[in-house]
Design a protein around this ligand. Sequence first.
Ligand code: NDP
Length: 273
Amino acid sequence: MSERYAVVGHPVAHSLSPLIHGLFAAATGQDIEYTKIECALDGFAATVEGFRAAGGRGLNVTVPFKVQALQLATRPQPAARAAGAANALRFAAGEIEAENFDGLALVRDLTHNLGTPLAGVRVLLLGAGGAARGALRPLLAERPAVLVVVNRDVAKARQVVGELGHEPRARWCGYGDLGDERFDIVIDGTSASLHGELPPIAASVFAPGASAYEMVYGKGLTPFLRLARQAGATRLADGVGMLVEQAAEAFAWWRGVRPATAPVIERLAVPLA
Ligand code: NDP
């Protein structure tokens, strides 16, 4: 019988995870069943327990349950602890292991898929929610010259940078404090694009030839990416590569085999026009 996996969220109908994991399973010859579980807002723990009791082997976790997923874990892994949230669970030997692959996936997409090295460059990260928090340490591990976290709620930006401890390359500020600073890579880790909004940045944050990365995927040329293009950014990307890379990490964690991501990214990519 196929081993069972699923993505759990609310809402989850739009999730591409079943398609992605189905493509991975076909490409690697793994015999798995992967479904979507729409979970009541107050029913996450019971849903996970029911899935596990029925023999389920692992879950991807999406909005709004990532923090609860970490809290349920009996074995939280370091990246999930650092992010304060988990996006993947694995059930083995009576334990609930929790991982967070979002930050690793972002870095892999930037450096490996898009050829945008982070070492020695100036990085601006918009947002201080779960996605930005998970991205911070993996980004810093690439040794950028500076990494500035900017958020509407400045206290949240201060908190996430403060949690890093002594990290001279990381700073935080509010949008109004950016002045005329310019950055080589600007990453939109906010959910503004989901509502067709633009985070309050000026075109001047983009250095000549900058790269712009939008974590939201599948929305084409978002207001953020449009501003980046107008400002002269030469490389634009949305988060489809990050989505597929985090799925590949989870698949490898569960199954012990890492699928190729390029064909899946190519299949899911929406033109940025
Ligand atoms: P959260 O809800 O935790 O955080 C949302 C963030 O967006 C906050 O920093 C919030 O600022 C900011 N924000 C929202 N609206 C605006 C706006 N109009 N202008 C400026 N800032 C705004 O969400 P997550 O961190 O979990 O996710 C962020 C985005 O990243 C989501 O849209 C999600 O789709 C995407 N994502 C993509 C992934 C991928 O694989 N490609 C993986 C994970 C996330 P404030 O605190 O001031 O309210």
